[in-house]
Design a protein around this ligand. Structure first.
Ligand SMILES: Nc1ncnc2c1ncn2[C@@H]1O[C@H](COP(=O)(O)OP(=O)(O)O)[C@@H](O)[C@H]1O
Ligand SMILES: [Mg+2]
Length: 240
């Protein structure tokens, strides 16, 4: 597909995604303003709640669209040696705060070496995947984050949930812009379908890989990032 068509599709999808929450915010504000004295307190609260939810949806969408436009240039990546385990440890409380009815456990291999990566971007990957794991699994289930060694001098980070199965035929599509799968659980939760697209692009900019496997019992997203030693070796080879 040529670049212009992609850009056009992107803009029309974003406009559509913006219009839905904006229309609902405007509608409920207008109703509140026009009929303030005739509406009971309970309904007022309900309408304000919808306005708040839809505003949050807009903020998320705008953040995601900004993240997508930043992906085009990876100049703003700051590569440093970072610890995988402690980078993950500091973002888990953000998810716990958001998904109070999920149990989130971590199983870290303390021996894994550091990786050469942009810490913010790496944490963004973990946040996106852990958030999805909670979003697409029922409350009162467990989401596991596991770090370990993988083949060929890579570190493996697995995010495992016991939620909806991702069917084989959808496994490629979910990494595309705005792709969402329609099923009873995903229908109930909002999203822009940009998360995995952003996640995959970041992982690739970090010279890593992302894989997914899923069945009716569990879904596993695995991120593989090369050890920083290997990165340094590869770099010094290029400089020779
Ligand atoms: N852990 C998961 N379990 C089941 N389905 C998932 C999971 N993560 C992502 N998906 C599916 O992939 C789609 C795309 O995910 P994503 O790009 O993060 O967008 P969003 O979460 O905004 O819908 C989701 O709508 C959902 O259908
Ligand atoms: Mg998501």
């Amino acid at each position: 597909m040529d670049e212009n068509k992609l850009q056009h599709d992107f803009i029309s999808t974003v406009s559509h995604e913006l219009r839905t929450p904006l229309t609902s915010i405007r509608g409920f504000s207008q109703t509140l303003l026009a009929s303030w004295d005739d509406i009971d307190d309970k309904s007022k609260k309900e309408f304000l709640k919808i306005i708040e939810e839809q505003s949050n949806r807009l903020i998320k969408l705008v953040e995601n669209v900004l993240a997508v436009s930043k992906l085009q240039n990876n100049e703003n990546y700051i590569f440093k040696n970072i610890s995988v385990n402690s980078s993950i440890k500091s973002v888990i409380p953000i998810i716990k705060q958001q998904y109070k009815n999920h149990k989130i456990t971590t199983v870290f291999n303390d021996k894994i070496p550091e990786i050469l990566a942009d810490k913010d971007k790496f944490q963004q990957v973990i946040l996106n995947l852990t958030e999805n794991a909670c979003k697409y699994s029922p409350e009162n289930t467990t989401v596991k984050v596991i770090t370990d060694f993988a083949e060929n001098n890579f570190v493996s980070i697995k995010i495992i949930d016991n939620g909806v199965e991702i069917k084989k035929e959808d496994m490629e599509r979910i990494f595309k812009k705005f792709a969402r799968i329609d099923n009873p659980l995903t229908r109930g939760v909002q999203g822009s379908g940009l998360g995995l697209y952003i996640t995959k692009s970041i992982v690739e900019n970090l010279h890593g890989k992302i894989n997914v496997s899923s069945n009716s019992k569990e879904t596993i997203f695995e991120v593989l990032i090369p050890f920083s030693d290997m990165e340094n070796q590869a770099r010094s080879k290029c400089l020779q």
